[in-house]
Design a binder for this molecule. Structure first.
Ligand code: GLN
Length: 241
């Protein structure tokens, strides 16, 4: 039986607005098609993971305090993470995790939380606790040369700058900064985004893009995924877009 091995980072610390739903959706969409989903959690104090052993790494969102708690732990894995990214392991990073893969996050009190510095972007919060990008958001992304509307919910004070390859174009909502035209960061095997929601339950095409990428890479094929009944997902999308 074909399988995907998923590393789920800091499930006890990074879980905002249903981010865990992304793991549930991956498991569901794999199992429905007869694939096995092996999901291994890692958090502070656990045996250090070898990021290269996985097909997919997922890390959710967290508030400033949580980011501060885990930044040091995460940074010790920088070499293993960089290697995994170079080797094509897929990374899906939401909000607080998105920020931590950049150079740094400067919080509302101007404290600096260091990032992994794997990517060149950086994030700074505005010095006003009340100023946050909050609400539903719709972006247009390109997945395998097809334009796809991606729907989610954002809630972040951080404004992310220096993005050369965004995840998508903002159709409604804020994105990387207040009133930005771009949202998130995208390179073939890394999607980093402010979209909670959970992201994958509202965007089956994105879930299948990630699943296909991981299966193709692992089994060296060009798989055609069996379609699933996405009636409820599509109804939710109609409501939100
Ligand atoms: N602490 C970050 C911010 O407010 C991330 C929040 C989140 O993960 N939703 O910008």
């Amino acid at each position: 039986m074909k399988e995907l091995k998923i590393l789920y980072l800091y499930p006890d610390i990074l879980e905002l607005y249903g981010d865990y739903g992304n793991i549930q959706i991956l498991r569901y969409r794999l199992q429905q098609r007869g694939f096995k989903a092996i999901i291994e959690p890692y958090s502070i104090g656990d045996t250090p993971p070898n990021f290269n052993d996985y097909d997919l790494v997922f890390s959710g969102g967290g508030a400033d305090q949580e980011q501060g708690i885990l930044a040091k732990d995460l940074i010790q894995y920088k070499i293993s993470i960089q290697e995994a990214i170079n080797n094509g392991v897929f990374f899906l990073l939401i909000c607080g995790s998105y920020q931590l893969f950049g150079k740094y996050y400067k919080d509302v009190d101007s404290n600096i939380i260091p990032g992994l510095e794997i990517f060149d972007y950086y994030t700074e919060a505005i010095n006003d606790r009340k100023k946050r990008c909050i609400g539903n958001i719709v972006i247009e992304a390109e997945l395998n040369d097809k334009k796809v509307k991606i729907i989610g919910f954002e809630n972040h004070g951080g404004q992310t700058y220096n993005i050369s390859t965004p995840f998508g174009k903002v159709l409604s909502g804020n994105g990387n900064q207040f009133g930005a035209s771009n949202e998130g960061f995208f390179q073939k095997n890394v999607i980093a985004t402010y979209l909670h929601g959970p992201l994958l339950s509202k965007n089956p095409q994105l879930s299948d893009y990630i699943i296909k990428y991981c299966l193709d890479r692992k089994y060296n094929e060009d798989i055609v995924l069996e379609p699933l009944d996405d009636e409820f997902e599509n109804k939710a999308r109609e409501q939100l877009s």
